[in-house]
Design a protein around this ligand. Structure first.
Ligand SMILES: *[C@@H]1O[C@H](CO)[C@@H](O)[C@H](O)[C@H]1NC(C)=O
Length: 407
């Protein structure tokens, strides 16, 4: 059986980083991420996962930040990007899902927490509700190391006592805004917990609170083709310049990495400028129902009952136009090939190998609700993304994969 753990380990030894955690680094620090399809329960149900997640994310509009009232079905992550994280001294390695839509670090579901002299039990109960699962546990503080030297001491972590929705991973590395930690310490509803990225900054490891993410399209079930950069950007991973847009003020998108954008298919507007989010926790690109319907009519796609995805014929594929994400004065054109699921992976999602499935789907609610799109992994595989807390903005750039025809 293929081990993403060994793949990561192999790659990590190739990443050399000076181990001096108190010094401000001149150059950002990067580490690889492995991409993994979760085949738990047979085939991957992309749509079910993504829609459940979208519902849970939007539930915050009504329940506020302290507690979610939504009861979306729990579905394991379908496609995850996994980072290797060391906790304790000496560190034990945990494999955590990289999630920009949540902000706690949680461990303990797959690999049991190994306490060392740096582990401190705060005695605080913690509860983190993910859109793809939930965790109840206890707060500890400990030394957390990513890569070969991105180290934070006294980082709050949640050690799971019970969890749902996580299989074969040790839970989550949250890279979202700090406000999403509010209420996770159940006895202190209004308290936030400093995130790993915030602590890298306050402990002097990085000089800007910035996380950049590079994903690449793939036709493999598991591959290490992602890269996470803390404290800046990695110029080898994008082409041209990074253009930034301010974080949206519209709720509930503003709880996450939310931006305003409009979407056109060819020259037809299918979603007028509105707020939505950019996130690693969603695989597909989800559009408000009205925009999704407009996209379906424009492409002539039919709904495939087996996968829940839209399906097009080869003739329709040949006629497919760019799907343009207009952010500020910049347009990010998702090519026809970027709009289809990698055909080599059709059978993993319960599809037929000769079919052509689209990665654009239905958010499940109409536009005008403050979270009208999710630019998920299929978007991030074509555009480099910068999550910049210091300057309250998100940046995008094209990459050498933007126009690739790998799918
Ligand atoms: C985003 O859109 C909303 C609603 O249209 C608007 O109020 C806001 O000023 C826009 N820009 C930002 C940065 O939120």
């Amino acid at each position: 059986m293929f081990s993403f753990a060994s793949l990561l380990t192999t790659l990590l030894v190739a990443v050399s980083i000076a181990a001096s955690p108190v010094e401000i680094r001149d150059s950002p620090v990067t580490l690889p991420m492995a991409r993994k399809l979760n085949l738990q329960g047979g085939t991957v149900n992309l749509l079910q996962h993504d829609q459940a997640r979208a519902t849970a994310l939007k539930d915050r509009a009504t329940s506020g930040l302290d507690r979610r009232t939504g009861s979306a079905p729990i579905t394991n992550e379908a496609v995850s990007y996994i980072a290797q994280v060391g906790i304790g001294s000496p560190p034990t390695t945990y494999y955590l899902i990289v999630d920009t839509d949540s902000s706690n670090i949680c461990i303990g579901t797959d690999t049991a927490y190994v306490k060392t002299s740096t582990s401190y039990d705060t005695g605080e109960p913690v509860e983190v509700d993910y859109s793809s699962g939930s965790i109840d546990g206890t707060e500890y503080t400990d030394t957390v190391t990513l890569g070969n030297g991105l180290t934070v001491t006294d980082q709050s972590i949640c050690v799971a006592a019970t969890s749902t929705g996580f299989t074969g991973v040790d839970d989550i590395l949250g890279l979202g805004p700090v406000d999403l930690t509010e209420g996770t310490l159940t006895k202190e509803e209004d308290t936030t917990i400093s995130t790993f990225t915030d602590n890298l900054y306050t402990q002097g490891v990085i000089s800007e609170i910035v996380v950049s993410i590079s994903f690449e399209p793939t036709t493999s079930e598991e591959v290490t083709n992602g890269e996470l950069t803390f404290g800046g950007t990695d110029a080898t991973k994008y082409t041209g310049t990074i253009a930034y847009t301010p974080l949206t003020t519209t709720e509930p998108a503003s709880y996450y990495w939310g931006i305003n954008e409009s979407i056109t298919y060819g020259s037809t507007t299918i979603l007028s400028e509105t707020a939505g989010i950019v996130g690693t926790g969603t695989t597909l690109i989800l559009l408000a129902s009205n925009a999704y319907s407009a996209y379906q009519s424009a492409t002539g796609a039919t709904l495939d009952d087996t996968t829940g995805l839209l399906r097009i014929t080869l003739t329709q594929y040949d006629a497919l136009e760019n799907l343009n994400f207009n952010v500020g004065s910049n347009t990010y054109a998702l090519t026809p090939n970027g709009q289809i699921w990698p055909r080599a992976l059709n059978t993993y999602i319960g599809g037929t190998s000769s079919y052509i499935y689209l990665v654009v789907n239905d958010l499940g609610t109409p536009s005008g609700e403050g979270l009208d799109f999710i630019n998920g992994q299929m978007f991030l595989e074509r555009f480099y993304a910068v999550f910049d807390t210091t300057n309250s903005r998100v940046g995008f750039a094209t990459t050498s994969y933007t126009d690739a025809t790998t799918n």
